[in-house]
Design a protein around this ligand. Structure first.
Ligand code: AMP
Length: 289
């Protein structure tokens, strides 16, 4: 008996010209192309996006690019985990067709200065703590869409505000691509998977699920009738500080699909949390109602 053949490795492309030609040829054959933008260091959260793309598209492209412009000076750009070979093996197992892994020069030609400001959706929450972050995200995502004129692009709900930034970008700039947002994938203890979880010490890793647990407590409290956002935020804050050395950046309750904070919960609401454990910054969110 032969063991089954390993899945074929995806083709890895490094230049815009190569990947664009493949995507266009596929579309000329009538194939639907899906793209999953990532910074690599892939985990099951990323792979769930690839799986969804695989279900819905004829061709799947995953991009791997640690985008310098979305990191501020002093953030973790230099230490961000990079392992394209391991990522490519994982993508083979998920039957990804093409990997686009450009150099910095490919995405930012010498002298590149254009930057995309998507306006008010990028201003609060993450925008306060990382004022240049979403301009970097919007700029690279638009560049990727220019290089990979896919039919549909997949993003994770884990980065809720980012999904709103991208929807705004696509709407405002008339980009002909469908945006799909897929649920957050969590570890068995509730911690949202993130490439940055690798930075956590063992002690902090054990405390980190409190982020999810705290949001669940707020949801239970809402189900029991508590509709004051201040009270629900306080529940999460008290829980976090009882569970570990969390330094909370924000706990926000927003109207679903927006970044508008609410005082009283009257309709679909999402809770967003950002906190640091040591030097690792974690973000998470969940629907409350
Ligand atoms: P990143 O490599 O961190 O830039 O993430 C690439 C894409 O994967 C983004 O759309 C993220 O929102 C998504 N993603 C990251 N973590 C998760 C997760 N735990 N569950 C689902 N999607 C995720």
């Amino acid at each position: 008996m032969h063991s089954p053949a390993p899945p074929p490795s995806p083709l890895v492309l490094h230049t815009a010209g190569e990947i664009r030609a493949l995507v266009r040829e596929a579309q000329q054959r009538g194939e639907r192309v899906g793209v999953v933008p990532t910074m690599g260091a892939l985990h099951q959260g990323h792979l769930s996006l690839v799986e969804q793309a695989r279900r819905e598209c004829d061709r799947v492209v995953t991009t791997i690019f640690v985008n310098p412009t979305q990191f501020a000076p002093g953030e973790d750009f230099d230490t961000y985990p990079r392992d394209v070979e391991r990522d490519t093996d994982l993508l083979a197992q998920h039957r990804c067709d093409w990997v686009f892994a450009p150099s910095r020069e490919e995405m930012y030609p010498a002298g590149a200065e254009t930057s995309i400001d998507v306006g008010s959706v990028a201003v609060p929450l993450e925008g306060v703590r990382r004022p240049t972050h979403f301009a970097g995200v919007a700029t690279i995502v638009l560049k990727l869409f220019q290089v990979i004129p896919a039919d549909v692009a997949y993003f994770g709900e884990k980065d809720y505000q980012q999904t709103l930034v991208i929807r705004q970008l696509v709407r405002d700039l008339l980009v002909p691509i469908e945006i799909r947002v897929e649920p957050t994938v969590r570890d068995s203890d509730g911690l949202a998977l993130s490439s940055r979880n690798a930075y956590l010490s063992a002690a902090h890793r054990a405390q980190a699920p409190a982020l999810h647990r705290g949001m669940q407590l707020a949801r239970q409290q809402l189900e029991q009738g508590e509709t004051s956002a201040a009270t629900l935020r306080e529940t999460i804050l008290q829980f976090l500080t009882s569970q570990g050395p969390f330094e909370v950046d924000y706990i926000a309750l927003v109207e679903e699909g927006t970044v508008n904070q609410v005082d009283t919960i009257t309709g679909p609401t999402r809770v967003l949390v950002a906190a640091r454990l040591g030097t690792t910054r974690l973000i998470d969110n969940m629907a409350l109602s």
